[in-house]
Design a protein around this ligand. Structure first.
Ligand code: GAR
Length: 191
């Protein structure tokens, strides 16, 4: 197999991006070639630097019109896109260029707790407030609506008595670190 190159899009801290990069570090067939963010100063950019991965920040206009992001993806020969805590809707031109080759991780059991504004701690707070009995993670293909693409994988656990949004976030992150890189690998082997 010739080397497959991944671009990771992230808006925040970037712990998933780091975990993915570390997972593939010694893999000769799969490389994290690029980290892209919409947020200047996001933690993920510092992580990218420490990992020795090229990173770029783009603004909303660049993203919607596509030019800058599109050029970067071509320049780096990107085959597959991973959204790891990325908060903007992906424009149609990108979805068309990467059919079933853009995946997202969501910190809840979709279709519940998805949609615009449902990210990170907002999700965990809503799950606790609604006294849900369980939560988990969903990994899905990205389409032109927030969190509505076909689900590839879910993992769940029971919510403990006295669970808080913070403790829930910790459990979710652990589950994400365990499963996300493996699912990415499986998807790439299909290319
Ligand atoms: C992750 O929990 C991810 O599932 C969530 O943001 C967090 C990013 O954490 N994504 C969403 O909520 C998308 N709707 P990280 O920056 O530490 O990887």
């Amino acid at each position: 197999m010739c080397i497959k190159r991944i671009a990771v899009f992230a808006s925040g801290n970037g712990t998933n991006a780091q975990r993915i990069a570390e997972y593939f570090k010694n893999n000769k067939d799969i490389e994290i070639s690029l980290i892209l963010s919409n947020k200047p100063g996001a933690g993920v950019l510092e992580r990218a630097e420490k990992l020795g991965i090229k990173s770029f920040v783009f603004n909303k206009n660049d993203f919607k019109k596509g030019q800058e992001v599109d050029v970067l993806l071509q320049q780096y020969g990107i085959d597959f896109i991973v959204l790891a805590g990325f908060l903007w809707l992906v424009p149609a031109f990108l979805i068309d260029k990467f059919p079933n080759k853009i995946i997202n991780i969501h910190p809840a059991l979709l279709p519940k707790y998805g949609g615009k504004g449902m990210y990170g701690m907002n999700v965990h707070r809503a799950v606790i407030e609604n006294n849900e009995k369980e939560s988990g993670i969903s990994i899905h293909y990205v389409n032109n609506k927030y969190d509505e693409g076909q689900i590839i994988f879910q993992a769940k656990f029971d919510i403990d008595k006295g669970e808080t949004p913070d403790s829930l976030a910790n459990k979710i992150h652990k589950l994400e670190y365990e499963h996300f890189p493996k699912i990415i690998e499986k998807e790439i082997l299909k290319l």
